[in-house]
Structures are given as structure tokens and as C-alpha cells.
Design a protein around this ligand. Structure first.
Ligand code: KG4
Ligand code: ZN
Length: 346
């Protein structure tokens, strides 16, 4: 079985084709970073226009690369939410158009489910698993028991972790997107240079809070700047200390989550990390050590499949199609769409 996937929920226009042997046959990702960089963040209108501009061409290129026509494709999977509504509309209308013209099934995919199931595509892992989903717009700990079977264990009460990385970068005049660049600068910094707060740490639940940490970084930066402009070393020290605080918060929240999942699902043997922030090597290393201490296998998808891509969307479509779960063509894009019905969208 082969599925064509389309992802347009944020600032990547992406198309991919995957098959049931877990091969990524084509993978096109057009990042709009340069278009948004002058504004220091994603501008929804610019994103939607760029998706309109590039999606059709990328779809043709993906098919051409495999020497396929639509006859060789068994279904079209598209991100139908959550995300920026303009971009979602572009992807969903394109997917419906292709599905209708080629008479193929269409699958409306939740973007978060794409991140959640990526490790099944790349590492062939079985259910259940504990998932840390950390990206620019989302921050959740989930127990994944099966396709469509997600239990939220924890979430953020304010910012997502990627969002906090991006905001700290902006404060320090580090170009967008901030996460990878903050990680790079942190390599030259001292993680103990500044004692930033670790909000909610040691509280009994598994929720996150990043707002206080972000404000503390801003205050430190302003205090330093009252004396002199920031040096490169000070920027590196702030980045390293911030990243260390985030890593400590994640580790502490997950310790609680692991304990909770031991009660909820004693057969769980695995921790998976996914979403853009999973590309951070310091965070990955901490998660790996935490898993080892708790007798869990640790799985992290390759870096290029942690950030937004269409292979993960095609894969969810394929898993759902194998379960005979195609959608009627009247589905609508959803800016908000929690994975767990009880969840807060973050
Ligand atoms: O999953 P993703 O591509 O898009 C969303 O669904 O949000 O995640 C993008 C987020 C951005 O906030 C970006 O700054 C963050 O992931 N990110 C990182 C790193 N690479 C990407 N954060 C920390 N360290 C990184 N290396
Ligand atoms: Zn994402």
C-alpha cells in the first residue's frame, strides 16, 4: 500500500509518499523560514500564500521522483488540524481535489498523531508507549495505547517548550527559528551561569509551565544590558542556563509521568520523544538516561522527521487506511483538534 501525505499546518509545505514496508519513497519539504524571518515568527497570511504557491508543484515532484501517477497511490492523507487555518484550508482543499479527481480515499490526519506515530514508521515500535510530544505549538505527555487511543498525562499550562525556545531567541536577537540556534549557542555557554527558575518542579502532577522561566530570562537580560550590551559569551551562558532549566523541567515532569503510567499501563516498556524540540541533543541525551534508569527503551525519530514533515502524515493515513478508516470528503479543517478528547490544545 502507498499513501501520499500533505502537510501545510504551519510554515513547512511538505509532500511525501510512504509505503506499507515503512519506506519513504519521496519526501519534499519546503521551509518558509526565510519568508517569516524578518517578522521574528510565522505570519499566518504569508504561510497560507506560500502553501498555495508551492503545494501543487511539490506534489507533482514527489510523484515524478517515484515515476508514479495517481494510479500507483492508494490514498491521500492530509493534515486537517490543529494548526493555522489558512494553511490547513490549502492542504485540505488540494487533497480533496486530488482524491476526488483520482477517485482515491482521503484521510483527515491530526498533525499531533503524525508526531505521535512517527516512531512506528521509523523504528517499527509496538503499542503501548509513553510519548513526550514537544514542538512549537504543542507540549504534552501522552500514553499511546493504539491508533486513536491517546490518554493525556500532562500538558503545559502556558507556553509550549518550542515556543519558549523561540521567544528566548527573539529576546536575545537570535534569528528565527530560535530552537536550533539557542541549542548551538548553548554549546559555548555555562549551564550554571544563571540560576533560572524551574516552575512546577516537584509538584505531584505532570504539567508544565514555562512562562515564569521566560520572564526570568528577560529580566536577567535587561539587568545585564543596564551595564553594557550583551557579549557573545553572556548570550551563550543565558542559552545554556535556559536550556538546562528546560531539560530539568522535562526530566522532572517525566519522572512523575513514568510513575503514573506504571499504574495506568504496567505493560508499558517505552518512552518516545517527538516534535521539533526532540531535535535538541541535550534534551535527547537526558531522556535517554532517564529511560535507562527506569528500565524503559528510548526511541527518538531521526532529526529530520522530528520537525514537521509529510512522511508522518502519510504514515498515519496508511495506518488508518489499513484499518479501513478513510474519511468522507465533507470533513473540515480544524484550527484546534486535541488528540485526547479531555485535552487542552497546546
Ligand atoms: O514540530 P515542529 O516542526 O512544528 C510544530 O508543530 O510546532 O516544531 C518546531 C519547534 C520550534 O519552536 C523550534 O524552535 C523547535 O521546534 N526546535 C527546537 C530545536 N529544533 C527545533 N527547539 C530546541 N532545540 C532544537 N534543536
Ligand atoms: Zn509539528
Amino acid at each position: 500500500m502507498r499513501v501520499l501525505g500533505i502537510e501545510t499546518s504551519c510554515d513547512e509545505t511538505a509532500v511525501a509518499i510512504v509505503d506499507s514496508d515503512r519506506r519513504i519513497l519521496a519526501q519534499k519539504i519546503l521551509s518558509q523560514t526565510a519568508d517569516h524571518a524578518p517578522f521574528g515568527g510565522v505570519v499566518p497570511e504569508i504561510a497560507a500564500r506560500a502553501h498555495i504557491h508551492h503545494l501543487e508543484r511539490l506534489t507533482h515532484e514527489a510523484l515524478q521522483e517515484c515515476k508514479f501517477t495517481m494510479k500507483d497511490i492508494d490514498g491521500i492523507a492530509v493534515t486537517a488540524g490543529p494548526g493555522l487555518i489558512g494553511g490547513l484550508i490549502v492542504g485540505v482543499m488540494t487533497a480533496k481535489g486530488i482524491a476526488s479527481a483520482a477517485n482515491k480515499p482521503c484521510i483527515a490526519v491530526n498533525h499531533l498523531e503524525g508526531h505521535a506515530l512517527t516512531a512506528r514508521l521509523t523504528h517499527h515500535i509496538a503499542f503501548p508507549f509513553l510519548l513526550l510530544l514537544v514542538s512549537g505549538g504543542h507540549c504534552q505527555i501522552l500514553l499511546v495505547r493504539g491508533i486513536g487511543n491517546y490518554t493525556r498525562i500532562g500538558t503545559t499550562i502556558d507556553d509550549a517548550i518550542g515556543e519558549a525556545f523561540d521567544k528566548v531567541a527573539k529576546m536575545l536577537n537570535i534569528p528565527y527559528p530560535g530552537g536550533p540556534e539557542v541549542e548551538k549557542r548553548a554549546l559555548d555557554g555555562n549551564p550554571k551561569a544563571f540560576q533560572f527558575p524551574r516552575p512546577l518542579i516537584d509538584r505531584p502532577h505532570c504539567d508544565f509551565s514555562l512562562a515564569g522561566l521566560k520572564t526570568a530570562v528577560l529580566r536577567t537580560k535587561q539587568q545585564l544590558e543596564e551595564k553594557a550590551p550583551l557579549t557573545d559569551q553572556q548570550v551563550a551562558d543565558i542559552c545554556a542556563s535556559f536550556q538546562q532549566a528546560v531539560t530539568d523541567i522535562i526530566e522532572n515532569r517525566l519522572m512523575n509521568a513514568i510513575a503514573e503510567v506504571k499504574k495506568l499501563c504496567p505493560e508499558n516498556r517505552r518512552l518516545v520523544v517527538s516534535g521539533g524540540v526532540a531535535a535538541n541533543k541535550a534534551i535527547r541525551a537526558t531522556l535517554e538516561a532517564l529511560s535507562e534508569r527506569n528500565g524503559l527503551e528510548f526511541t527518538a525519530p531521526p532529526l529530520n522527521l522530528c520537525t514537521d514533515n509529510a512522511a508522518m502524515i502519510a504514515w498515519v493515513g496508511l495506518e488508518r487506511l489499513q484499518n479501513h478508516e478513510a474519511d468522507a470528503l465533507d470533513f473540515v479543517p480544524r484550527a484546534r483538534w486535541p488528540l485526547d478528547p479531555k485535552a487542552v490544545t497546546r
